[in-house]
Design a protein around this ligand. Structure first.
Ligand SMILES: [Zn+2]
Length: 89
């Protein structure tokens, strides 16, 4: 079972969901600044800054993230559970 790590309580910059913990998608390592994370509510991709503060990705970092099969898989898994925003209801 994946571990869960407490992070400072903060809001998703896209949807405002409150996040106070994260679960790694692989391994059981504590997240580090620069790691990519995703809002479980809206699927917004972010990274951790210093102190594990959630930050928006720069365009370059977003492009790099989208080249990762793990990130694409996570987005597809999110869309399969929450729904694809590109598809009408
Ligand atoms: Zn969100």
């Amino acid at each position: 079972m994946p571990r869960r790590f407490d992070i400072p309580e903060q809001h998703c910059p896209a949807c405002g969901a409150v996040h106070s913990a994260v679960a790694p998608t692989e391994g059981n390592a504590m997240p580090q600044p620069g790691d990519i994370t995703m809002c479980v509510r809206c699927g917004f991709l972010m990274s951790f800054g210093r102190g594990l503060v959630l930050r928006r990705l720069s365009l370059r970092k977003l492009q790099e993230a989208m080249e990762s099969p793990d990130v694409v898989l996570a987005l597809k898994a999110h869309a399969s559970v929450v729904g694809d925003p590109e598809k009408p209801n």
